[in-house]
Design a protein around this ligand. Structure first.
Ligand SMILES: C[S@@+](CC[C@H](N)C(=O)[O-])C[C@H]1O[C@@H](n2cnc3c(N)ncnc32)[C@H](O)[C@@H]1O
Length: 368
């Protein structure tokens, strides 16, 4: 069967969207193009079209934005993992700040405080690579184009991880090491407590969830610790707690941590799928049984957020709510449904420099 011809369209980038893509509007059609910048124009290849919205990739430039810089990474043009290496870090931060402020434009809130990262590369303590043994290829998965992009010179990992990636590519060392694995799958490279671990095809992260940028994690925790200390709570409930990273060492008499995969053990940890419809009932019963009435509710869900947050807070009625989020879209959605709480502080903490992702942390207080 003949393959359909490539569709090439002109583009001019007029603004950036909240996923770090340039937006072009030609003949009333909106096109999203990654790795472009306001002021870029040229031609793009259409990758997909859904409900009249086009997703494309730039293939030729007539004009390049004056804000462009040369990317420090040799894989940047093809690799789907980093989004902003064609602009400098201050521009990246201003796009992220605009994204947050736009999503929260209808909220009454204090000025956003922005905590920048100390560096744009060499920070990730965990990297996942995808492989295909038949095609002898390993690298980052470009899900949109269903392709694996080799990244031997990737800059984003800690130095020890970068070195390990190079080693895996040297003489295709990874192929021998993948013997006995399925034809296709993934490899996780993880540096933790001075030890490098390679894990093939594990469905969830080695050692349970951990934050990928250790220094920024410490900065977020320092802000959180100061705020919690000022509220002097006795009981704190940590939902989507992982190993209890965020609530570890805060000032309270007791905490309760809930997660679907708590690797940590003990009475402080409960294993529960918090998206299960029976989750609330079980946790509320547990709180009652323990005579545990949280003044602080801390939530840190995955990107999908916590849609029924208002049902949680209306039952628990914490005086204080802290929402840590890796997706500002779901954060804004979930907070918009809350009644009786005021936003008193908000932070953008750049856990994921070079990408459009960032961490947000917002503090809320109960009214009346
Ligand atoms: C963004 S991480 C935060 C973890 C922790 N607060 C930290 O800072 O390390 C989200 C957590 O949600 C957990 N999680 C994902 N799906 C879940 C579910 N359905 N029910 C409960 N926890 C879930 C993950 O295991 C992960 O630990």
């Amino acid at each position: 069967m003949p393959s359909s011809p490539r569709q090439i369209i002109p583009f001019t980038i007029i603004r950036m969207d909240s996923l770090g893509q340039g937006v072009s509007k030609e003949a009333d059609k909106i096109t999203f193009i990654p790795k472009t910048m306001v002021g870029d124009s040229g031609e793009a290849e259409v990758l997909a079209e859904r409900k009249g919205v086009v997703f494309a990739r730039a293939i030729r430039f007539n004009n390049r934005s004056a804000e462009r810089i040369n990317s420090s990474c040799p894989h940047f043009d093809d690799c789907p993992s980093c989004h902003f290496l064609h602009i400098d870090y201050q521009k990246e931060i201003s796009i992220k700040t605009d994204t947050f402020n736009h999503l929260f434009r209808k909220f009454e809130m204090p000025q956003l405080e922005v905590i920048q990262a100390p560096q744009r590369d060499s920070y990730r303590n965990r990297i996942q690579l995808h492989y295909d043994l038949k095609r002898k290829i390993i690298g980052m998965l470009d899900a949109k184009q269903d392709k694996i992009i080799p990244i031997p010179e990737c800059l984003i990992g800690l130095p020890v991880i970068k070195q390990e990636i190079k080693r895996l590519y040297t003489d295709d060392a990874w192929i021998d090491e993948a013997q006995g694995q399925p034809w296709t799958g993934h490899l996780e490279i993880y540096w933790n407590q001075q030890e490098l671990k390679l894990t093939w095809n594990r469905p969830y992260a080695e050692g349970g969830f951990t934050q990928v940028f250790a220094e920024m994690n410490e900065r977020l925790k320092a802000i959180l610790a100061q705020w919690v200390a000022s509220k002097k709570p006795t009981h704190l409930l940590d939902l989507f707690a992982g190993n209890g990273n965020l609530s570890q060492g805060l000032s309270y008499s007791q905490r309760l941590c809930v997660d679907i995969y708590p690797e940590a053990k003990g009475a402080e940890f409960i294993s529960q799928n918090l998206y299960d419809e029976k989750a609330k009932k079980r946790i509320f019963q547990e709180l009652k049984k323990r005579n545990f009435s949280p003044q602080v509710l801390l939530v840190d869900p995955p990107r999908s957020g916590i849609k029924d947050l208002s049902a949680w807070v209306e039952e628990i009625r914490p005086n204080f709510l802290v929402y840590v989020s890796c997706d500002p879209h779901t954060l804004a959605r979930d907070l918009s449904l809350l009644e009786n709480y005021s936003l008193v502080k908000s932070f953008l903490i750049d856990f994921f420099p070079s990408t459009f992702h960032f961490e947000s942390m917002v503090f809320l207080e109960r009214r009346g």
